[in-house]
Design a protein around this ligand. Structure first.
Ligand code: FAD
Length: 327
């Protein structure tokens, strides 16, 4: 049975979605017969209850619970995880490519003597090792990297790049791990910086209405909000809309923004640059409204409407209201 470890990120007592995404990605790394045992690793203070709630996702949950882990600390985390890796000898250890993960993974890779696949958007086993995909040149190029060997691989994975799927419903065993008394925190807590007001999480949205520079004026965003409202969708945007200060950065899809994986994505007044499209994962149903029939967005759209968004968006909203029977 091939073992995979996943570092579970959490904050304020809530497990981050990246943990479920990585758990699902880990299940694809089994041996030929699909045999795989996925272990979740939880580091923190007063986190045993949180760890106990993860049994449906992981066959084993390893919890390091100590006041010494109150503040995320890559050095301390790497030390503890290195010990667990030595004990469990996993085929691979998956870490979210977040601030915490980026802090911990390089130190851990050095300690464990593992090759590190950084910021992967895909990962698969090969006959003689592991292969991953990461983006280069702002998302223009997808580079495949690989390493050979029987195991001991490590990868940081970009949040939003993998579907969470369903919990496999395992009845995971909880293992309380020892945190050495001499583990000295290397970090000093200074302050918690709250997300900017109005920040949203579009990475998990199922339906996205995205707007681009074609909207022309900030006040015109109202027609996009109105359409999104009636559709029960979230709104998102391209970088120029953020650069103009019309929406905050948390709404930006793309290689320098957020990766999203909606089921339906509607692009309004968006040209379809690779930096924008590079942030859309999976295979959503894409509808595009653009007045330029040669806009690249039509090359990836399932349905395209060539026309002026100021004519089409209100019409679309009206049609949806009629179909839904709402006033
Ligand atoms: C390093 C780097 C990273 C970047 N990262 C990102 C990123 O993460 N996300 C991102 O989005 N961009 C990113 N960009 C910017 C990217 O290159 C494009 O400039 C950007 O995506 C274009 O946004 P847009 O489609 O809104 O604007 P435009 O390319 O200007 O397109 C506007 C579209 O609106 C259409 N339009 C205009 N008026 C109307 C109307 N009345 N009705 C219908 N259609 C209309 C036009 O035909 C046009 O196709 C990055 C760039 C660089 C260099």
């Amino acid at each position: 049975m091939r073992k995979i470890l996943v570092l579970v990120e959490h904050s304020g007592g809530v497990v981050d979605d990246s943990a479920y995404e990585l758990a699902a990605a880990a299940r694809n790394l089994g041996e030929a017969g699909g045999d795989v045992s996925v272990g979740g690793v939880v580091l923190g203070n007063d986190v045993t209850d949180l760890a106990a709630g993860l049994g449906a996702w992981f066959e084993n949950v390893y919890v390091f619970d100590s006041p010494r882990l109150q503040v995320p600390d890559g050095v301390a985390g790497a030390e503890l995880l290195a010990g667990l890796i030595e004990q469990e000898q996993p085929f691979a250890t998956l870490i979210p490519h977040t601030n915490t993960g980026m802090d911990l993974a390089p130190a851990l890779a050095v300690r464990a003597g593992s090759p590190l696949f950084a910021d992967c958007i895909a990962l698969e086993t090969t006959p003689d090792g592991l292969s991953g995909v990461r983006t280069r040149y702002g998302g223009k190029v997808h580079a495949r990297i690989s390493a050979t060997g029987d195991g001991g691989f490590m990868a940081t994975m970009r949040p939003g790049s993998f579907d969470t799927g369903e919990a496999p419903g395992s009845d995971g065993a909880l293992h309380t791990m020892e945190v050495p008394g001499d583990l000295a925190p290397q970090r000093r807590f200074v302050e918690t910086v709250a997300p900017e007001p109005g920040a949203v999480d579009i990475s998990q949205a199922e339906v996205l209405v995205a707007v681009g520079r074609g909207i022309d004026e900030e006040e015109h965003l109202e027609i996009i909000r109105s359409l999104a409202d009636v559709m029960g969708a979230d709104i998102a945007c391209t970088r120029p809309v953020v650069d103009k200060g019309w929406l905050s950065k948390s709404y930006q899809i793309g290689t320098s923004g957020v990766s999203v994986k909606p089921k339906v994505y509607i692009a309004i007044g968006i040209s379809g640059s690779y930096q924008h499209i590079g942030g859309i994962k999976g295979a959503p149903y894409i509808a595009a409204i653009n007045k330029d029939p040669a806009a690249p967005i039509f090359g990836v759209a399932d349905v395209g409407i060539v026309g002026d968004l100021f004519d089409i968006v209100p019409l679309l909203e009206q049609q949806i209201r009629e179909v839904k029977g709402v006033g």
